[in-house]
Write a protein of this length. Structure first.
Length: 276
C-alpha cells in the first residue's frame, strides 16, 4: 500500500514533454520548418543577437551568438497536450557557444515571432561569426512523453518523506515500475520541450532563479524555483559531418517562468549548461 501511495504521488507530478530526435533528412529550402543548426529563416526586421559583455568580463568582446534552433510552433500542436506553448509563430534559440565556459552566457537567448511565416527568409550569418559554434542543419522528429522529475529535482523539491538520496538508482527503478520510461543516457540524449529537464549533475531550477535575480532589475518580482519550466533542452547532433555533444556529453537547458510562457513573454529566459 505504501508503494502504491508513492506511485500515485509520483503520477501527480507528471508532466507532458515533447521529445525530438535529430535527423539529416532535410526538407526543401523553400519550406519554412523547424530546424537545428543551419541558417535561420528570419523576419525582415530581425536583428542578430550579440554578446554585449554587459558584465564587463575582461577577456570578452562583443560577438554574435550561435544559432541553435528555430521551432515552428504549429508543428507542435498534436504534441502540445497541456497547451503550454503558443500554437503559431516561430521560436528562435541562440547561445554563446564561444564563451559559455566562462559563465558568459547570461544574455537574451530566445526570441518569439508571431507574424506571417511567409515573410521569413534565410539570412546569411553575421560578419565576424567564426566556424566555432556553427552546425549543419538537422530536422526534428517529435513524439510525446509522460515525464517525471529527475532524481536530483525530486529529492530537492518533492521528496516530502526523504525517501531517496541524490543519484539514488532506486528512484529510477521505482519510477520505471510506476510506468515511466528510463531517462536518456548520454549515448542517446534527445531534444526536449516542456516536461522536466534530464539533469546530468545538479538540478537547474535554483540556477534559473539565481540568473533571473542577478540579471533583472530590483523592480522585478521575486521568483521561486518551481515557478520555472523547461522550455527547450538540447540533444546530441550526430552525423557523418557533425558530432556535437555540447561539452562532455552535455545539454543546454533553456528555462522560462510559467507565467511568462503563458503570456508569451520570452524576455527573461535563463539558460544553463551541464555536462558529464
Amino acid at each position: 500500500m505504501e508503494k502504491q501511495a508513492w506511485i500515485d504521488y509520483l503520477k501527480s507530478l507528471e508532466k507532458n514533454a515533447i521529445t525530438a530526435t535529430a535527423s539529416r533528412q532535410l526538407k526543401p529550402p523553400t519550406q519554412i520548418h523547424t530546424k537545428v543548426g543551419g541558417i535561420p529563416d528570419r523576419p525582415p526586421d530581425f536583428e542578430w543577437p550579440y554578446f554585449e559583455n554587459l558584465r564587463k568580463w575582461p577577456t570578452s568582446s562583443r560577438h554574435p551568438l550561435s544559432f541553435i534552433a528555430q521551432i515552428r510552433l504549429d508543428e507542435l500542436i498534436p504534441y502540445n497536450i497541456e497547451l503550454l506553448l503558443p500554437n503559431h509563430g516561430m521560436l528562435y534559440i541562440f547561445f554563446d557557444i564561444e564563451a559559455y565556459e566562462d559563465g558568459e552566457s547570461w544574455v537574451k537567448n530566445v526570441f518569439y515571432y508571431d507574424g506571417d511565416l511567409a515573410l521569413l527568409k534565410p539570412h546569411p550569418l553575421p560578419e565576424g561569426k567564426s566556424d566555432e559554434g556553427r552546425f549543419p542543419e538537422f530536422t526534428l522528429n517529435y513524439q510525446t512523453l509522460r515525464d517525471h522529475p529527475s532524481c536530483q529535482e525530486y529529492c530537492k523539491y518533492y521528496d516530502r518523506k526523504q525517501k531517496y538520496e541524490e543519484w539514488d538508482e532506486i528512484y529510477e527503478i521505482d519510477a520505471e515500475e510506476a510506468g515511466y520510461a528510463a531517462r536518456s543516457i548520454c549515448d542517446d540524449r534527445v531534444f526536449k520541450l516542456l516536461g522536466y529537464g534530464d539533469i546530468i549533475q545538479n538540478e537547474v531550477l535554483s540556477s534559473a532563479v539565481y540568473q533571473y535575480q542577478s540579471l533583472c532589475s530590483e523592480s522585478q518580482e521575486e521568483s521561486q524555483p518551481l515557478d520555472w519550466i523547461n522550455l527547450f533542452q538540447t540533444g546530441f547532433l550526430i552525423s557523418s559531418d557533425c558530432q556535437e555533444y555540447w561539452g562532455d556529453g552535455g545539454s543546454l537547458y533553456f528555462y522560462i517562468r510559467k507565467q511568462d510562457l503563458k503570456n508569451k513573454n520570452f524576455h527573461h529566459d535563463c539558460v544553463m549548461h551541464e555536462c558529464g
